[in-house]
Structures are given as C-alpha cells and as structure tokens.
Design a binder for this molecule. Sequence first.
Ligand code: FMN
Length: 322
Amino acid sequence: MLAVGLQGSPRKGGNNSHTLGLFLKRLESKGFQTVTLPIPQLKFAFCIGCGSCEKNGWCIFDDDYALKIAPMLRRAEIIVMASPVYFYGPSGQLKAAMDRGQMLWSRKYRLKLNDPSKKRRRGYILSSAATYGDDLFTAFVLNARYFFDAIDASYVGALTFRGAESKNALAHRKDTESRVYAAADLAVGPLAPPKRRLLFVCRDGAIKSRIAWAMATSSSPPSTWIRHAGTEPEAHLKTRCDTWMERKKTDIRYIPVCELHESLDTFSPNLVVDMDGSLQNNPKITADITWDLPLAPPNNEDEAQSLIRQVEYRVKKLMASL
Ligand SMILES: Cc1cc2nc3c(=O)[nH]c(=O)nc-3n(C[C@H](O)[C@H](O)[C@H](O)COP(=O)(O)O)c2cc1C
C-alpha cells in the first residue's frame, strides 16, 4: 500500500514538513510504503484551461505533473496534503497542483473511466497558520474536498494548527506528535492491518499482471493489499494494454510497470500468483498459484479481448475463493 504526501510549503523544514514527516512515519510503522512529493520544488505548468484533457484525457504539458505527480496520485491508497495557510487558502504551489488535477477530473467525469482504486483511496489534510481566525482553513478544506473527489479519494478529515508562525513552532509543541499520529490512524481506517497481501506476476509486467491488479483491486475489500510485477518488464507494452482497458472503461494509464525486485523490496506478499509460468526456477520467490496464460503478448485486438476475458475469469474465481 502506498501513502503519498503532497508537501505544499515552500519553507523547507517548516511546520508542514514536520507534521507530514510524522504522519508518513506513522504510516510506515503500519506497513505502508511512503513517498513525499515536495510540490514547490517540482517543475510543472499552471493549468491553462485549454480543454484538451476534457476531449482526450491528456494534458498538453508533459512535465513533472504528468511524470511524477499523476502516477503517484493514481497509485496511492492514502493521499495527504500538507500546506500552510496563505491569505486564507493553501499555498499557491499546492493550489496549482490541485488545478492540474483537472486532467483526472476529465478522465472520471468526461470520459467516464473507472479508477480501480476508487473505493479504497483516502484523502487527508494537514495545515498550519500563524493566527487564530475561525475560517482560516475553510478555503483549503473546500479546495481539497473537490480535488479529492476528482482523484477518487474519500475525504477523511483535517488536522489543523493555529498560532504556528515560526518555522519550528509545531516541532516545539509537546502534543504535535500525538495529534498527528492519531490523525494518521484515522486516515488509515479500514486499509490496515492487511488481511491478505496478494502479488500478481507475469513476464512482461505490463499486461496480464496490471489487468489482474485492476480487476482484483476494484472487487476486493481495502484490507486486501494487491501489487503487480513483471519478471522481465516491457514498458513499451503498457500503452497498448491501457487502451484495451479504456475500452472497458477501466483507467490504468498512470499505473506504472513494476519490476519484481522493486515490488519485493516494499511488499511482502502472502499469496503469489504466477500468471504465465514466469516464476519457474526463480531463486527469490515461489508461486502459491500458477496459471497457464500465454507468455507472449497478444498480437491483435481479438487476442487481446480473449486474454482480458481469461484474466477476468481467473481473477473472479480466485477472489471468490479467498
Ligand atoms: C505568503 C504568506 C501568507 C500567509 N497568510 C496567512 C494567513 O492568511 N493567515 C495566517 O494565520 N497565517 C498566514 N501565514 C503564516 C503561515 O500560514 C504560517 O506561518 C504557517 O505555519 C507556515 O507553515 P510552514 O512552516 O510549513 O511554511 C502566511 C505566511 C505567508 C508566507
């Protein structure tokens, strides 16, 4: 399971870096893989409202948003946004990142694509401000709630700190750690502890295992943690598979191809499905279940549709048996 923190303060090592660090540390102790995205340090354009994503699902800018932020938003089960209050809203940098989420809004609402993780993704807010006004966090919470809806994360809540002006204000408060840990526990909700950790493996890592991941993820409870990997990843096959899945209204375009060793570094599966015999004689891991799906990728549309049906049938049967 992946937890991604969007660090929205340009002040390095300040209050929001501190609280976000504690939040993610708590999630790591529960078995989550964590990633921090320092939004002010990433290079991405403002949304210019060109409408391209509403027609084709793509953003015209091929920058850090497309390469680093969008794939993380798609992969993550927990997304936490941390920001100082700037003139009663979030930082401009974080707001710009939320605006670029319009592409994901378009994929959901215009193209009607389904994100396989939509029922399990959860969103949380951390924020701090120097003063004590009643409505300090209202605008950020509202921005974030609409953004979370666009990226299919259910909004869990916000932990806010008033009177935090200096850079180390929250690091010096005695109750900061316990409050952040309690917030992290709340954010996790039904995602942990995991009841099962399932890994789908195929040779190319781009087609069968990603399709199985999508089908199993959308049909299983949040306490089933699911990953996918390839023994000999072939990233160039990914786009073809994404297009086939979009015809089935399933959105896996930003889900990256994972190498087996990379998956095993951050995930300890207790059920391994070898989909095509590619784990035979593998010194690192033994399959619990082996399927006999073809090793080679489909050659044409008919073969692709037939493969998707075979994967679907097997995944359904497997999930029903667990
Ligand atoms: C440009 C700017 C605007 C700010 N606007 C507000 C504000 O409207 N209300 C407030 O209480 N604090 C405001 N602050 C103070 C910050 O929200 C506060 O110091 C916060 O804890 C900083 O978090 P950080 O250390 O993570 O950057 C502002 C600070 C800056 C630099």
